[in-house]
Design a protein around this ligand. Structure first.
Ligand code: SAH
Length: 286
């Protein structure tokens, strides 16, 4: 059983408040930034006026100790990460709020917890990696294409440890996420359990075929790079929808770049952006 860092405490309660509107209405409220960890701890009833000050001083501390896992307060560290992301040019309020709310340290091995809020990809087992926060936020911002409210239904190819699916769950109404490696599919299920995200659907299968039952999707995001975008993804994208995926741009084992594909009534428009480095998109399951 993996040792979890024990810092705070109250994400379940926080996230319960930031769940999507089940009716799919556009959320216009404030971004789902995590509330202070102690918010739900109510203050003790005021001490009786007659109580002498000395007696009050002896009363038990009204606030529980906030556990400081690995010597850091994860909320403060996450907020610093969010500030860095904003400094790198991410402006989407919902994306920044979601990056600040989801505890990335819960998705990595205990030995890597101290690096969880650095802008680095980290191993998650079976030769796969959790993407850098900078790349996750950049891709989701592109995916949202300036939307002010939540996206509708989103398909993610490559669940991995489930981190990006959790972030997506705060900026979209429904998230379908497919993973081809059973071990990671199960790991994601375990990692996401504590969040009780009713709008995340984890699927085990080959994401090359997309997931037709959930189509059409307002957005599709891939966390693994192939030679080309499978036709099934384009078919399952709604008209007006956007797909963001890494694609191989040169030769075998060559570089990858981010591809943004917009499906318009006139057809498909593709834009290649900056170089990226993702694990390969593979077919079949294992
Ligand atoms: N979004 C993930 C990133 C995981 S890395 C996270 O937050 O952790 C990309 C994942 O894509 C790997 O787990 C890999 O197994 C998976 N993958 C690669 N090809 C796939 C395919 N055809 N279908 C589904 N998943 C695939």
């Amino acid at each position: 059983m993996k040792q979890r860092p024990s810092f705070p405490a109250r994400l379940d309660a926080t996230l319960a408040k930031t769940r999507p509107n089940p009716h799919g209405a556009m959320a216009t409220g404030p971004a789902p930034v995590a509330k202070p960890a102690l918010k739900t701890v109510s203050s003790p009833a005021p001490a009786k006026a007659a109580l002498p000050p000395v007696a009050r001083a002896k009363a038990p501390s009204p606030l529980p100790q906030v556990p400081q896992g690995h010597g850091m307060d994860s909320q403060a560290v996450r907020q610093r990460m969010v500030q860095k992301l904003a400094g790198q040019g991410v402006t989407d309020r919902l994306v920044l709020g979601a990056m600040g709310a989801i505890e990335r340290h819960r998705f990595v091995d205990s030995a890597l917890v101290n690096q969880a809020y650095e802008d680095t990809s980290l191993p998650i087992g079976l030769g796969q990696t959790i993407s850098k926060p900078g790349v996750v936020s950049r891709m989701i911002e592109l995916l949202r294409n300036g939307a002010t409210g939540r996206l509708g239904r989103v398909l993610e190819i490559g669940t991995g440890c489930g981190y990006q699916a959790a972030v997506l769950s705060l900026v979209a109404d429904e998230v379908y996420s497919i993973e081809r490696l059973r071990g990671l599919h199960e790991k994601a299920r375990e990692n996401l359990r504590h969040l009780r995200l009713a709008n995340v659907h984890l699927l085990f299968g080959d994401g090359m075929a997309g997931y037709a039952k959930g189509a059409p999707y307002a957005a599709i995001i891939a966390a693994a790079g192939g030679e080309a975008v499978p036709q099934a993804w384009v078919d399952q994208l709604a008209v007006g929808g956007r797909l963001v995926a890494p694609v191989v741009t040169s030769g075998p084992g060559g570089g990858q770049a981010l591809l943004v594909l917009d499906k318009t009534p006139q057809g498909v428009r593709q834009t290649l952006l900056e170089a990226v480095h993702f694990v390969p998109l593979k077919s079949g399951v294992a």
